[in-house]
Write a protein that binds this ligand. Sequence first.
Ligand code: CA
Length: 244
Amino acid sequence: MYQEAINRYLQRHNYSNLRLKAALFDMDGVLFNSMPYHADAWHTVMERHGLHLSREEAYMHEGRTGAATINLVCQRQYGRDATPDMIEQIYAEKSEEFNKHPEAQPMHGAWELLQKVKHAGLTPVLVTGSGQRTLLGRLDQNFPGIFAPERMVTAFDVKYGKPHPEPYLMGLAKAGVAPNEAVIIENAPIGVQAGAAAGIFTIAVNTGPIDGQVLLDAGADLLFPSMPALCDEWEKLSGQFNHL
Ligand code: CA
């Protein structure tokens, strides 16, 4: 049943096959149920600075770097980018506000899926726009032995960030694989755009409040309603990748 989506992907990118060697994981909304806290923190701190970003809209910008999100709202309201000082200040406050919330819990199904990926001999790579040190620091506690430090792409590594393909291309390089040797697991429209632009088979998991169609329109090759739903289908799906 996944053959059609795989064939569409191969045709779109002019690849002859898809041999799975690596799985590239987004973090917020995929590994941690942290998005409600991010959306709330963004809204609260932006308002404090006279900038308007609703919690709902924060989900649409999920995956951008902090600087890009701040500039986008500043451009909309004032027709100019924020100053570097302002970006630094707002992002520091946003991180502080985020940390006032309870610890974000690992997403249901994430550990199970990571185990399957690991046992299948695939290389797991983290590709996040986040520079939230609290969550990055908890990765190894919640998902021990999964992400080697040299296989992580974070806000500290990238110049452009999602929706530019850069972060996912860096993820491929860190895994040492080609675009048709990996899959991406993403929950945000902008992350999906980045994955599709990098030429990688992109699986969207709709773990937040947005309409799933938005993720398909952004270029998702497949859409699942949750991480457990993807986890349940993993063997069937990954088997079809490798037996074209
Ligand atoms: Ca995300």
